[in-house]
Write a protein that binds this ligand. Sequence first.
Ligand code: APR
Length: 172
Amino acid sequence: MAVTLEAVRADITRLAVDAIVNAANESLLGGGGVDGAIHRAAGAGLLAHCRTLGGCPTGEARITPGFGLPARHVIHTVGPVWRGGSHGEADLLAACYRNCLRLATENGVKTIAFPAISCGVYGYPVMDATRIAVHETRAALRSGASGIEPVQFVCFGDEVWNAYQKVLSVPV
Ligand code: APR
């Protein structure tokens, strides 16, 4: 099944897709970076709803309504903090993409946009994270027959944009 993955330069809070993914922390109570931007754009209703969820372990994902966002849903996931690469970071980051796509499929999501999870405050090396994002997403969509189309990887700076251009240009 053809799977359309595309890199876009955008502010994820402005995308009118079925779901945007939030790079959250385990409290799910907001923060800086894309987490802060999503909460600011969604409004207070999102935080109030997140308070009822009881947090989210690293590698897992939780879905909420989008509230004031143009996106219908927010899928919150918690990426690993980069600690040098020998603390299971790669597996945890892969699990983020897999769990977000599983939740999306279970909730009838057809269009989804991911930020570069863990590539900001959490310090994950961008090329490594991008390879994991693309590999895991391709694998999940092939196996899940989810009908999610397209998957957008939102690049908020040149480093992430260049990484996705490189990784997505490699023939499968
Ligand atoms: N749209 C799209 N991408 C964005 C936006 C935005 N509006 N704002 C930031 N980004 C990008 C960053 O440039 C980076 O490439 O999102 C990527 C992830 O960076 P962070 O938001 O710092 O997320 P992460 O590295 O996963 O760290 C998560 O930061 O904000 C806190 O509460 C959050 O504790 C958690 C931690």
